[in-house]
Ligand binder design. Structure first.
Ligand SMILES: Nc1ncnc2c1ncn2[C@@H]1O[C@H](COP(=O)(O)OP(=O)(O)OP(=O)(O)O)[C@@H](O)[C@H]1O
Length: 327
C-alpha cells in the first residue's frame, strides 16, 4: 500500500463511568489499541456488532474524542498535533444526521459550506451539483423534515461532502432505511467515490452492506480488530468453499465421494444421505475440474458451490454469530 491516508497505531479509548447509587465507578475499555490502515480512494467497511467500538474509533479519527492512547495520522495530519488539519481533510456524517427538520435543504448546505469559509455562490453551485449526483434534484427549496428517510440520509451525505473533503466518515448511514433505500444509498456512496475520488470509511453492523459496498473490511469485536481484508479474503480465511454433489441415490454417494477425492486429492469431505460435501479452497475453479475429470460413469443429480458468508467469518473469528448480536 502506498502512503496510507488513514494510519492508526495502537489507538485506544477507555471511558470512566461514574458510579450511580450502589454501583461503584468503573472503566469501559471501548477500543483496545487498534491498528487501522486505509489507502486513498478505498471504501473501507468497519463491521462489528453493537457496542464493538465502531463509533468510538470513528469519533477518535475525526477528532471528536481524545484517544486514551496510541497515535494516528489522517491525510498526513497527526490527530493530536494537528487536529485542525485533520478536520479540514474530512467530512463526518453522524449516525443521527445533522439537518434541522424545519430548515430548508439548500440553505442547510450553504450554511454548512460557510463554516468552512466557502463563498455563498460557490457553495450554492457545489450544493446543487452534489444534490444532482445524489438524485436529489428538486429538494433545494424543501424543508428537511418533509424529506423521506432515504432522501434525508443522502442530504446528510451531501452535508458531509460540501467542502470537498479527501475522506468521508459515515457512521451507520443506512440504519432505519428499508432494503430498497439501503441498496440505493450504497450505489450513491460508490458513485461519490468514483466521481470525487473520496476515501470512504463506513461503519456498519449490516453484513450485506459491508459485503456489497466495501473494497476492504475491518472487523471489530469487543474493541479489537479481529479480521481485515477483502470480503473474499476473509471468506477464504475461514476454510474455503463447499462443493455439494448430489448423487442419484444414497447408495451411489460413497462411490461419488471416492471419485471426487481421487480428482481433487484428499480434501475434507462428508456424506450426508445422497449429498457429498467437499471443502475446497476455491469452489468455482474446483467444480469444472471435478466434472471434467471424474468421467461420465457417475450419475450426478445436482451440483452446488456454497461460499462462506461474512457471518461464517465472524462466527469463526469470535465464536458468536453477528446475527445473534443483531437480534
Ligand atoms: N460515553 C461513554 N461512556 C461510557 N461508555 C461508553 C461511552 N460511549 C460508548 N461506551 C461503551 O463503549 C463500548 C463501545 O461503544 P461504541 O458506541 O463505540 O460501539 P459501536 O460499535 O459503535 O456500537 P453501535 O453499533 O451500537 O453504535 C460499548 O460498551 C459502550 O457501551
Amino acid at each position: 500500500m502506498s502512503t496510507p491516508i488513514i494510519d492508526a497505531r495502537g489507538l485506544r479509548k477507555t471511558y470512566s463511568v461514574r458510579g450511580r447509587g450502589k454501583d461503584a465507578p468503573r472503566t469501559v475499555e471501548a477500543v483496545k489499541g487498534v491498528d487501522i490502515t486505509v489507502a486513498a480512494g478505498e471504501i473501507v467497511g468497519f463491521l462489528g456488532p453493537n457496542g464493538a467500538g465502531k463509533t468510538t474509533t470513528l469519533r477518535m479519527l475525526t477528532t471528536l474524542l481524545d484517544p486514551s492512547g496510541g497515535t494516528a495520522t489522517v491525510n498526513g495530519h497527526d490527530l493530536a498535533k494537528d487536529p485542525v488539519g485533520v478536520r479540514r481533510s474530512i467530512g463526518y456524517v453522524a449516525q443521527m444526521g445533522t439537518t434541522d427538520p424545519s430548515a430548508v435543504a439548500g440553505e442547510e448546505l450553504v450554511d454548512q459550506a460557510r463554516l468552512y469559509g466557502i463563498d455563498r455562490g460557490v457553495a450554492a453551485e457545489r450544493g446543487k451539483a452534489l444534490l444532482s449526483g445524489l438524485d436529489l434534484d428538486g429538494i433545494w427549496e424543501r424543508k428537511c423534515g418533509t424529506l423521506s428517510g432515504g432522501q434525508r440520509r443522502r442530504l446528510d451525505i451531501a452535508m458531509g461532502l460540501i467542502h470537498e473533503p479527501t475522506i468521508v466518515f459515515l457512521d451507520e448511514p443506512s440504519t432505519g432505511l428499508d432494503p430498497q433505500s439501503r441498496a440505493n444509498l450504497w450505489e450513491h456512496i460508490r458513485r461519490v467515490r468514483d466521481d470525487f475520488d473520496t476515501t470512504v470509511f463506513i461503519t456498519t453492523h449490516y453484513m450485506d452492506e459491508a459485503d456489497a459496498l466495501s473494497d476492504r473490511l475491518l472487523v471489530i469485536d469487543h474493541g479489537e480488530i479481529v479480521g481485515a481484508g477483502t470480503s473474499d479474503e476473509l471468506k477464504r480465511s475461514v476454510g474455503g468453499d463447499q462443493v455439494l454433489l448430489t448423487a442419484s441415490s444414497a447408495d451411489a454417494a460413497a462411490a461419488l465421494a471416492a471419485a471426487a477425492t481421487e480428482v481433487l486429492g484428499d480434501v475434507p469431505h462428508e456424506i450426508d444421505g445422497d449429498v457429498v460435501r467437499l471443502t475446497v479452497p476455491d469452489g468455482a475453479s474446483a467444480l469444472p475440474t471435478l466434472l471434467r475429470e471424474m468421467g461420465s460413469g457417475h450419475d450426478v443429480a445436482g451440483v452446488e458451490v456454497r461460499r462462506p458468508t461474512l457471518d461464517d467469518v465472524f462466527l469463526t473469528m469470535t465464536g458468536r454469530s453477528l446475527r445473534d448480536e443483531e437480534a
